[in-house]
Design a protein around this ligand. Structure first.
Ligand SMILES: [Zn+2]
Ligand SMILES: [Zn+2]
Ligand SMILES: [Zn+2]
Length: 386
């Protein structure tokens, strides 16, 4: 118990134990149960790591990757070859469901989702709302928007030019600002589902923007964790984390520029998960300076290019930003960031599943975050299809 407490404390304070001593634990049948084992580095033994943003543990089982790497690389076409698809409801001038036509847009284009998951004008029914304390529901108002990154149907963030991605960053800031100005909107969640494997219904480069009355649970957990860390240490959790990673840049940093850094986090769940952070403490798209907008565009291109180069496939992922709620409270402890959650593990076809122990117990991974970061870091900046 004391050991666990110490490890939680050290994880929270950024002091990462370099190794664990396994005492009286046999790691192979040949080992004598009664001989104390020598300390083994974390990249050899099962261990769990603490995710300070979600305040949960992840099980890491690196001994399972000691067998030779057999990651075949399956070559697939990078992206749909056509710049314009007459059947795409996101391409310029095409009809959308419900009769609207897209304008002949030449840069970014945002519109209200024709099949929104949230509605702005719902009212609670007059019926007794909660017949039991165990049957709790309440209305949730919101707006769902779609943002096309570019008129060219064949592009992805990895294949777009940095000035074009910067226009997307500008649009993210504009949407955050205008939606956040609505008095009943308190949180803006921007996310991109890339690839059919992640449920993207259309390959046209686009993202979704869901503005909600309540702060969604995942964002709320991270806000609470950052506030608790700030209350305890009088410092920002993610500023401290960036400093910890920059002090050891060969460990988990994938790519960095003057203003942003992309890291496979120490506590990553997905095999090639990354966390993209501004070096400066800021809370929202609306805080980004002009150079920071360009630097964010640049690092998003660098990360997605490496992803594509890993298995030479247009890499699927869910990507999204966590930013300060818009309800006017300060949230000074909130450090703006993006998460990339890609499902692929070994090739274009072999993905990680969150099943079994992960549904019933806790997330688990074999590949260490350090190995994942080293593989991504070693890949070229130039896209394999260029
Ligand atoms: Zn299209
Ligand atoms: Zn910070
Ligand atoms: Zn987050």
């Amino acid at each position: 118990m004391a050991m666990e407490d110490r490890r939680v404390r050290s994880a929270r304070s950024g002091q990462i134990p370099a190794s664990l001593t396994l005492v009286n634990v046999a790691v192979s049948p040949e080992e004598d149960l009664h001989v104390p084992a020598t300390p083994r580095p974390l990249d050899l033994v099962p261990h769990r790591r603490y995710n300070p943003l979600l305040r949960q543990w992840i099980l890491v089982s690196p001994q399972r990757t000691q067998r030779p790497w057999q990651g075949e690389t399956t070559k697939q076409p990078a992206a749909p070859a056509v710049a314009y698809d007459p059947a795409c409801y996101l391409c310029p001038t095409n009809a959308r469901s419900g009769g609207a036509h897209n304008p002949a847009y030449t840069r970014v284009f945002a519109f209200n989702n024709d099949f929104p998951a949230l509605l702005p004008d719902i009212q609670p029914s007059d019926e007794s709302p909660n017949p039991s304390p165990l049957l709790i529901a309440e209305p949730e108002r919101g707006l769902c928007r779609v943002l096309c990154f570019h008129p060219n149907h064949s592009l992805t963030l990895a294949r777009m030019a940095v000035p074009d991605i910067t226009r997307v960053v500008d649009a993210w800031a504009d949407e955050t600002s205008s939606l956040g100005d609505l008095p009943w909107i308190n949180h803006i969640q921007i996310f991109e589902n890339r690839g059919a494997m992640m449920g993207a219904s259309n390959p046209h480069p686009h993202c979704q923007i869901w503005a909600t009355e309540h702060i969604p649970d995942e964002a709320l957990r991270e806000l609470a964790a950052q506030q608790a860390y700030h209350d305890e240490h009088h410092k920002c959790l993610l500023c401290d984390y960036v400093a910890t990673e920059l002090a050891n840049p060969e460990a988990r940093i994938v790519v960095e520029n003057d203003l942003f850094v992309a890291i496979v986090p120490y506590w990553a769940t997905w095999p090639f998960e990354t966390l993209v952070l501004p070096r400066r403490h800021l809370g929202s798209f609306t805080d980004l300076t002009r150079p920071e907008r360009t630097a964010l565009a640049s690092i998003l291109k660098a990360v997605t290019t490496r992803y594509d180069n890993l298995f030479e496939v247009s890499f699927p992922y869910t990507m999204g930003f966590h930013q300060r709620p818009t309800h006017g409270q300060a949230h000074d402890s909130m450090h703006f960031h993006a998460h990339f959650y890609p499902p692929l593990l070994r090739s274009a076809e072999i993905r990680k599943f969150m099943v079994g122990f992960e549904m019933l117990g806790m997330p688990q991974r074999d590949l260490t975050p350090e190995t994942a970061a080293a593989r991504l870091r070693a890949l070229p900046d130039k896209h394999y299809a260029d």
